[in-house]
Design a protein around this ligand. Structure first.
Ligand code: SAM
Ligand code: DTB
Ligand code: SF4
Length: 312
C-alpha cells in the first residue's frame, strides 16, 4: 500500500541538517531516476489576461492593474509553430496555459485541435485551463492530452490568503476528475507568497498523499509582478527553497520535480543546489506565460557546465 505521510514525519525531514537533507534527497533521486538527466518542457500562453479569478500573485487577474494586454485565444497555427520551435530546442512537452476560471465550449474545442497538432509532432501535450467538469475532462482525454496542470499553490490553510474566488476543495475536485480519467497530473505550487515553512511542508504532504502523487510537481518561486498585491513580497530564504525541493523529492520519489517560474532571478549556484536536492525538470524558452524565463543560452550553458543531459 502507498505510504501516507504525516506532517510530523515531513517536518522532521525538512528540519534535518541541510547537508543530511540534500544527501538523502539525492540518494532517493538516484534510486528512481537517471541522475544527470533533466526533462524539458516549454510554455505557451494560448489565452492571456482579463481573468476573473483574483490570485494575488498573477499578472493575468483582472482584479489587479498590471498593464497586461488581453489576448484572445491564439489560433492553431501559432501553436504548431511554437511546438516546432520547442521540439528543435530539445523540449519533450508543450504546456499550453489559458487565463480564466475554466474553458467554454468554443475554447475547449480549439484546445483539442491544438492537442492533436502537438501530438502529431511527437511532443507530449499539457494544458492548464482552470476548473473542469467531468465531460470536459473526457473531451480532453479523447483528444489525446497527456498532462493537465492544476496547482494547489500553497497549504489549504494559507490558500484563502492567496485567492478567494475559488476554494482549495475546488482545486482538489478538478484534480480528482483528471486523475480518474487517466490523464497525468501536473500539480505543485508557489513559494514566496508570504507562507511559512509549515505551509510549504503541508503543501508537499498534501501532494504526496494524493491517491497517486502527481506525475509532475512544478515548484515556482514567486515572480513579483508590479501592480499585484504581492509585488513587494520579501524574498524566500534560498535554503528554505532548496529544503522544500528536497522534501518534495523524498516524499514523491518517482515524480518529476520541476524547477519552474523564478529561475531568471536565481543564480546558477542556487539552481544547481536545487538539482542536487532532486529537481529534474525545467521550463526552457524565452518566456514563461507573461514574464521572461531564464535566457535559453544561459540555460544551455548551465546544463553543459553541469554535464546535465536532456531527456525523460
Ligand atoms: N488559469 C489557470 C490556473 O490558474 O490554473 C492556468 C494558468 S496559471 C498562470 C498556472 C500557475 O502558474 C499558477 O497556478 C501558479 O502556480 C503559477 N504562477 C502564476 N503566476 C505566477 C507568478 N507570478 N510567479 C510564480 N508562479 C506563478
Ligand atoms: C506552473 O506551475 N508554472 C507555469 C505553468 N505551471 C503553467 C506558469 C508560470 C507563470 C509565471 C508567471 C508568468 O509568466 O505570468
Ligand atoms: Fe487566472 Fe490562473 Fe492567473 Fe489565477 S493563476 S488569475 S486563475 S490565470
Amino acid at each position: 500500500m502507498k505510504k501516507s505521510w504525516t506532517l510530523t514525519e515531513a517536518k522532521d525531514i525538512f528540519s534535518l541538517p541541510f547537508l543530511d537533507l540534500v544527501y538523502r534527497a539525492q540518494s532517493v533521486h538516484r534510486e528512481h531516476f537517471e541522475p544527470n538527466t533533466v526533462q524539458i518542457s516549454t510554455l505557451l500562453s494560448i489565452k492571456t489576461g482579463s481573468c476573473p479569478e483574483n490570485c494575488s500573485y498573477c499578472a493575468q487577474s483582472a482584479h489587479h492593474k498590471t498593464g497586461l494586454k488581453k489576448e484572445p485565444m491564439v489560433d492553431v497555427n501559432t501553436v504548431i509553430e511554437a511546438a516546432q520551435k520547442a521540439k528543435a530546442a530539445g523540449s519533450s512537452r508543450l504546456c499550453m496555459g489559458a487565463a480564466g476560471r475554466g474553458p467554454n465550449d468554443k475554447d475547449l474545442s480549439r484546445v483539442c485541435d491544438m492537442i492533436r497538432e502537438v501530438k502529431k509532432l511527437d511532443l507530449e501535450a499539457c494544458v492548464t485551463l482552470g476548473m473542469l467538469d467531468a465531460d470536459q475532462v473526457k473531451t480532453l482525454k479523447a483528444a489525446g492530452l497527456d498532462y493537465y496542470n492544476h496547482n494547489i499553490d500553497t497549504s489549504e490553510s494559507f490558500y484563502p490568503n492567496v485567492v478567494t474566488t475559488r476554494t482549495f476543495q475546488d482545486r482538489l475536485q478538478t484534480l480528482d476528475l483528471v486523475r480518474q480519467e487517466g490523464i497525468k497530473v501536473c500539480c505543485g505550487g508557489i513559494l514566496g507568497l508570504g507562507e511559512s515553512n509549515d505551509d510549504r511542508i503541508q503543501m508537499i504532504v498534501t501532494l504526496a498523499n494524493f491517491p497517486t502523487p502527481p506525475n509532475s510537481v512544478p515548484i515556482n518561486r514567486l515572480v513579483k509582478i508590479p501592480g499585484t498585491p504581492l509585488s513587494d513580497q520579501p524574498e524566500i530564504d534560498p535554503f528554505d527553497f532548496v529544503r522544500t525541493i528536497a522534501l518534495a523529492r523524498i516524499l514523491m520519489p518517482s515524480s518529476h520535480i520541476r524547477l519552474s517560474a523564478g529561475r531568471e532571478q536565481m543564480s546558477d549556484e542556487l539552481q544547481s543546489l536545487c538539482f542536487l536536492a532532486g529537481a529534474n525538470s525545467l521550463f526552457l524558452g524565452e518566456k514563461l506565460l507573461t514574464t521572461q524565463n531564464a535566457n535559453p543560452k544561459r540555460d544551455h550553458n548551465l546544463l553543459s557546465r553541469l554535464g546535465l543531459k536532456t531527456g525523460h
